[in-house]
Write a protein that binds this ligand. Structure first.
Ligand code: GRF
Length: 197
């Protein structure tokens, strides 16, 4: 059984998909805790299943590194096998990344290396691409630069705006996340090998 810790900042629809997958006894992972940088609405999905939550707010610390040290300590306390950033809207300090990589992955709403950063859906629309999608990748010290694990593509349709396109992307990235975490748990995906290649 793979012990997973999920980091979120917002609505947590991807967390919810993972929580639901973990309710299936055949699924090879379980969520040990959910952390956030804020009082995230998505905590409700954890609470429904009695999954513990924690908040480490940057504003409570004098520096980014001090915030990162506490975040790392809170994560470490759960000794997860894998950390999943699913809509965690902060760039992790290098100390946190180094502590967990390659066992820390992120879900990004674009086909990396295209459109990294916080406005991926808006940037894809502005660029006029006809296809976009979602990427699961290993977190490294850059912004959305780590090795790609898996991607799913969808068409951008006429009339799509940022909100509708992001909703369509979320629709495909939930199963992408569930399948990827399942594959890591079954050792069908080897994160160390991906970093080395
Ligand atoms: C997702 O689109 C994810 O790719 C991005 O943030 C969004 C989180 O959505 N990093 P939700 O909070 O899981 O609904």
């Amino acid at each position: 059984m793979l012990d997973v810790l999920v980091l979120i900042s917002g609505s947590g629809s991807n967390l919810r998909a993972l929580v639901e997958a973990c309710a299936d006894p055949e699924y090879p992972a379980r969520i040990v805790a959910v952390g956030s940088d804020t009082e995230a609405p998505g905590f409700a999905h954890a609470a429904e299943r009695g999954i513990p939550t924690f908040i480490v707010e940057p504003r409570a610390f004098d520096s980014r590194d001090a915030w990162g040290d506490e975040l790392r300590a809170q994560i470490d306390a759960w000794t997860p096998d894998l950390v999943v950033c699913a809509g965690f809207m902060r760039i992790l300090p290098a100390g946190v990344v180094r502590a967990f990589t390659p066992n820390i992955i992120n879900l990004h709403p674009a086909l990396l290396p295209l459109f990294p950063g916080a406005h991926a859906v808006r940037d894809a629309l502005a660029a006029g691409v006809t296809q976009t999608g979602s990427t699961v990748h290993i977190v490294d010290e850059g912004v959305d630069t780590g090795p790609v694990i898996r991607q799913v593509t969808i068409a951008v349709e006429p009339g799509d705006d940022e909100a509708t396109l992001h909703e369509k992307i979320k629709h495909i990235e939930r199963p992408l996340l569930v399948d990827t975490v399942g594959a890591i748990a079954r050792a069908d995906i080897n994160l160390k090998e991906l970093v080395a290649s």
